[in-house]
Ligand binder design. Sequence first.
Ligand SMILES: [Zn+2]
Length: 454
Amino acid sequence: MPRRYSPPEGQIIQAFTFALDPTDEQSVQIARFFGARRKAFNWTLDQMKADFEHYRETGESGTPPSFYSLRKRWTAEKETVCVNDTTGEVWWPEVSKEVFADGVRGATDAYWRWQKSRSGTLKGRKVGFPRFKKRGKDRDRFSFSTGAMRLEADRRHLTLPILGTLRTHENTRRIERLIALNRAKILGVTVSRQGERIIATVRMSVARPQQSGVAQPDSTVGIDVGVRRLATVATTSEVIDELANPHTLEHRLSELRRLQRQRCRRTRGSRQYQETAAKITRLHAEVANLRRHTIHVFTTNLAKTHGVVVVEGLDAASLLQQKGLPGAKSRRRGLSDAALGEIRRQLRYKCPWYGSTLIEADRFFPSSKTCHKCGHVQSIGWFEHWTCEECNSSHQRDDNAAINLARWVGLGSVGAPVKRGAEHQTESHPAAGEDTRKGSPALVGPNNSVRSAA
Ligand SMILES: [Zn+2]
């Protein structure tokens, strides 16, 4: 069964990623480890399938698959499983046993995820029965959870079992400093391939420093996530910050489009095709890294600054805004949905770190279509700029949405300190039961009149 490590009080689990620069010899070893994990994974899957078939035919149910029992079986059988077909050589001693254990664990976890998904106890999308892993289709990786794992004091090397000391492409000061101060402990390391890069993800238990609290505890902001503008930050009355798509990102996106056109024109499988494909992989990684970095800086800043941060609720974007959109627009929308999900995910853990409160607005709250001046909900239109049918004020879509989101706190969101839109009653905390407007979105205008927004 999937296991969870819960860190001691005051500690959190955090993962740090570093690109590695392995030597040629280490690269060969790493590739072999990727294959070895796949071998153990596929072997385990085979065993579980056979057990399942046996049960189906005879009705005799054996013990349900578990990591411990299957790892034991693996240890007993690896002598005959890990044999090179052509040379007859037994190769398991060249691979860390942790790598095999990781493969066995991966398969049993996948099996139980499928079982849980079948019985409806797993959240999210349906999970199918695990499939065999194939070289080239697999996300190459393996993990260590015990053994000699450490960051070297020179901040440029990482030591792992069997592989030895690997040079890191980047400086490891971010975590080496924490370890030296005895504020962090390594729990495990995963080595994987991302495009052409080998990366190490170091999972650590970290003591968070006592935070002094957010810079502006009385400040409430709404965040609207868009496409052209990554995000808009507004208070209940005005826009205070914008996160534009970084130019470096825009530049790479157009370069990406160019390369994709180029690949299209080339013969599949040719040398030139592969060259372009490799360039595309690299660029994809760069784009993802840039976007991630920009979003990280943005969310940290928000969580450190404001007392309350309001974001669109789950699925809000896809449910409300995709209706009746022409294809191209909804495709672009997908991009901002991903960004919205990521911003929300980061805020969920960063806000508690820094003492800020994150609130997710109701998924049906029409933040983009509601006029923030008078509270009227526009019946039609999905435009960058629009004019309110009721009070004639003109709005920019993202600005207006962010302001409405900031005011959501005044609308009786569950479990939040309830504030009224314009007047900032920071000390009013009515009991949850008192709030009768819950579930029927309403809007508090600047004159404090409550209008139905449903
Ligand atoms: Zn209006």
